[in-house]
Design a protein around this ligand. Structure first.
Ligand SMILES: [Fe+2]
Length: 298
């Protein structure tokens, strides 16, 4: 039976242009303060400009190594591209180009392709250029399901990139890919997602919202094959400060420490990506957009 595992942390989104007007007002204020008060006001102005217009265009690759078996598989994982007012087709093209340089065996796309509007789906066209020997697989995220569910499903059906929502597919002998439908606006069914996975297979499981990981781990912990979870959604907080970490409240119920990186639920690793785009404000600070590369030995 489909189940709701967690409640949305945010009830509604503030329009992107409100954030942009706030940034513009901040710039004007700090520029004014720099002129009339003190040169120290230049520093927040530079931070504001750097976070809003420079760091979101950096792109870093984060590498993890998991497992100790004899077989090896290189996985590229990208989530939270959020095409829309901040990120467009050129950014998606760059993501594809830089991912292909890593020569992954398989590519997983972890949801939140859109900022909000179904009109922006055409900006995802370069995703069709992904190539990997074991294929490319995707799930949708809460932003995709919120206002563009029908259109996003239709776009993926025509794209040749299979959605693994509440189901699994065998990528090759010994390797299965599974995924859950979004927990906030979709119909998550973890039992359905996992039921077709052969018990000895390496299971690569995409859960857009990491809130699903504790429940998913309970279902997967006793199988003989290895399992790895891949999540996005938190964006690493998007705006971070040294020592403090993520500045905004994270959009899940797991706690502040689950911002980005690799975690464990019932001994199953959860790779939590920082995302490749922005929602809410356009800014990123100490948390650049990310492609995740995971080498699994199983
Ligand atoms: Fe997101």
């Amino acid at each position: 039976m489909p189940a709701r595992y967690s409640k949305p942390v945010y009830g509604h989104d503030i329009p992107w242009w409100v954030y942009d007007l706030t940034i513009a007002a901040g710039c004007l204020f700090f520029a004014w303060a720099a002129n009339f008060v003190t040169a120290w006001a230049v520093l927040p102005l530079l931070v504001l400009l750097y976070g809003s217009f420079f760091e979101p265009h950096l792109l870093k690759t984060t590498r993890y190594a998991v497992g100790t078996g004899e077989r090896s598989l290189k996985i590229a994982f990208i989530s939270d591209i959020h095409v829309g007012p901040y990120k467009g087709r050129a950014w998606v093209k760059r993501l594809v180009r830089e991912t292909q340089v890593l020569a992954p065996d398989i590519i997983l796309l972890g949801g939140d392709f859109l900022h909000e509007s179904a009109r922006d789906l055409r900006k995802l066209e370069p995703l069709k250029e992904f190539r990997a020997p074991l294929g490319v697989y995707a799930i949708l995220g809460n932003h995709d399901e919120y206002k563009a569910s029908k259109e996003a499903h239709a776009w993926f059906a025509a794209s040749g990139i299979p959605l693994v929502e509440n189901r699994s597919l065998r990528a090759k002998e010994g390797v299965s890919v599974a995924g859950a439908d979004d927990d906030w606006y979709g119909e998550t069914d973890l039992e359905a997602a996992f039921k077709g996975i052969p018990s000895d297979d390496l299971a690569l499981v995409m859960l857009h919202n990491p809130d699903l990981a504790p429940h998913a781990a309970k279902l997967m912990k006793d199988r003989p094959g290895a399992t790895i979870f891949f999540s996005g959604h938190a964006h690493g907080g998007q705006i971070r400060l040294p020592i403090i970490g993520a500045v905004p409240k994270l959009p899940h119920h797991l706690g502040r420490e689950y911002d980005r990186g690799i975690f464990s639920f019932d001994d199953i690793p959860l790779v939590l990506g920082a995302g490749a785009g922005e929602s809410g404000p356009r800014a990123r600070l100490f948390c650049p957009p990310e492609i995740v590369s995971v080498t699994v030995r199983f």
